[in-house]
Ligand binder design. Structure first.
Ligand SMILES: Cc1ncc(COP(=O)(O)OP(=O)(O)O)c(N)n1
Ligand code: TZP
Length: 508
């Protein structure tokens, strides 16, 4: 078979056509929209009808110079001179469901899925999620076999699908396959063109630094200027920060958000997540006192946030403390893509299954990671988001650069919820990054704006305010420190950030 362009792979499904839409008209319009491969998939027709459909489809595909593949039926593929045949685990004679088997059998491509839930096909196996796709892609390293993800892919989750379906060796998909998103559309040309545009835009930006941040290299001066700009935007625009957080810190996190200049909404109920997703500038998800009802809200809120390209700041508080937290965090991260993951050393160690750092409940014990710079950078690459490691020194990485931040005060460790307030501050800065002029909404990143700068900004705002609070005469200890910290967040000036930031950038 000649080399396939798998970018936008249409698998047909005539049962999904809108009422009165002719199949061949729909197919031709989808070809005009930019479909690059077509697979005829007919499960309930006899051989004669299958042959007729395949033959006319082949003529249309030839007109647009697009290869035609036939699902299951080698005889029909041969009869219509199709470019290939698609066979699955249960089909004869070439089983391709197992990737290793596909490699051994010399397949030209593999379809990996179902990546998301779908009603188009009765699935015999659980969905694999984007992380599962990433793991399978790694098996294709060193081969020339192409790969497409399939199952539940829509324009609303396409960027999430492409962004997340990458192996830790940086093996990305060659394309995506869809049935309903095109076949069920009354406007297949526009549906296909919209998908194609997103795919090609993503391709042009698919390097780890481009995917996460706007620059591949940062200087300390650039970062501080950027942080000051973002803080000004928080104050000018007062973005709405939706926070699903733990009930120990709700009031102080809301107050910290207001003090910084943003506007908090603390809401956990699943029923209101769709409405809130339309008006929020960013979403904070903190699992500190996780209960099943809040978990359902988190699942939905994150899914809507991804669809609206709204940044998600994820705080997996105490993730190592219980199996419930571990499995919930795994499911949440398999369902939506965070823009920032923030945690202390024990939480981030638990997230990767490392026992390098011990924990006690939600606290980290001992001296932390031996090489925190490499740890945050590698985790950012693996999770394909910005990672913030909090502690005496804070580390922020986008997978390329690492910011080492040495501001703060010991009193932050003597009050509950200082890490949670850091999450609120980061979420406020993230909302500003999206709102910032110059943040190109068409850029094929998961969210527009510079999330790396935003995460640094949130940490600097809290830690510098803590230093200012600790210096005050009226602060006698942790009890008076907390209200002073809220005061100082509201008083924090651009000059204070410039004067006090202790920041070093380590690149690659
Ligand atoms: C591109 C692509 N990927 C996967 C499938 C599913 O194939 P299979 O497991 O053989 O299932 P059926 O399509 O035969 O139900 C596909 N068709 N296309
Ligand atoms: C054929 C197939 N194989 C795995 S999922 C699937 C159906 C995908 O359809 P949709 O794009 O409508 O979810």
């Amino acid at each position: 078979m000649t080399e396939l362009d798998c970018s936008l792979y249409l698998v047909t499904g005539r049962a999904l056509l809108p009422p009165d839409k002719d199949y061949f008209e729909s197919l031709e319009q989808s070809l005009q929209g930019g479909v690059t491969v077509v697979q005829i998939r007919e499960k309930d027709v006899d051989t004669a009808e299958f042959y007729d459909i395949a033959l006319r489809s082949k003529q249309l595909c030839d007109k647009y110079k697009v290869p035609l593949i036939v699902n299951d039926r080698v005889d029909i593929a041969l009869a219509v001179q199709a470019s290939g045949v698609h066979v699955g685990q249960t089909d004869m004679p070439v089983p391709i469901a197992q990737i290793e088997q596909a490699i051994q059998d010399g397949a030209d491509y593999v379809g990996i899925g179902a990546v998301w839930a779908t009603t188009t096909k009765n699935l015999s196996k659980p969905i694999v999620g984007v992380r599962g796709v990433g793991e399978m892609l790694q098996k294709l390293d060193g081969t020339s076999i192409k790969s497409v993800a399939i199952g539940g892919i829509k324009s609303s989750n396409l960027l999430r699908t492409l962004h997340g379906s990458v192996s830790s060796t940086n093996h990305a998909l060659d394309g995506i396959a869809v049935v309903s998103e095109i076949m069920a559309s009354p406007h297949p040309r526009e549906a296909a063109a919209g998908l194609y545009e997103l795919i090609s835009a993503f391709r042009h930006s698919n390097s780890i630094s481009n995917a996460l941040s706007v620059r591949s290299r940062y200087s300390a001066e650039f970062v501080i200027d950027g942080v000051v700009d973002l803080m000004n935007i928080v104050r000018e625009r007062s973005p709405l920060i939706h926070q699903i957080t733990n009930n120990v810190v709700i009031a102080q996190s809301a107050n910290a958000t207001i003090a910084l200049g943003a506007s908090p909404i603390m809401a956990t109920t699943a029923q209101e997540m769709e409405d809130l997703s339309k008006i929020s500038g960013s979403l904070l998800i903190n699992i500190g006192t996780l209960v099943t009802s809040a978990y359902e809200g988190m699942m939905l809120a994150g899914t809507f946030a991804n669809a609206h390209r709204t940044p998600i700041v994820f705080d997996p508080v105490g993730v190592g403390a219980s199996e419930f937290r571990r499995s919930s965090v795994k499911n949440l991260l398999n369902t939506w893509q965070a823009s920032v993951i923030k945690g202390n050393a024990a939480e981030l160690a638990a997230l990767v299954g490392s026992n390098e750092v011990e924990s006690k409940g939600v606290d980290s014990l001992g001296s932390g990671f031996k090489d925190p710079v490499s740890f945050v950078r590698d985790l950012a690459r693996k999770e394909r988001c910005v990672v913030v490691l909090t502690g005496k020194t804070d580390y922020v990485s986008d997978g390329a650069s690492v910011a080492v931040l040495s501001n703060g005060h010991g009193l932050l460790g003597n009050i509950t919820g200082s890490g949670c307030m850091a999450g609120s501050c980061i979420a406020s800065f993230c909302a500003a990054a999206v709102a910032q002029e110059g943040a190109d909404p068409k850029e094929p990143k998961l969210v527009p704006g510079d999330v790396f700068l935003a995460a640094i900004g949130g940490i600097l705002a809290l830690t510098i305010s803590a230093e200012m609070a600790a210096m005050r005469d009226d602060v006698k200890g942790p009890g008076t420190f907390l209200p002073a910290l809220i005061d100082e967040l509201s008083l924090l000036s651009a000059q204070c950030i410039r004067d006090r930031s202790r920041l070093q950038i380590v690149s690659r």
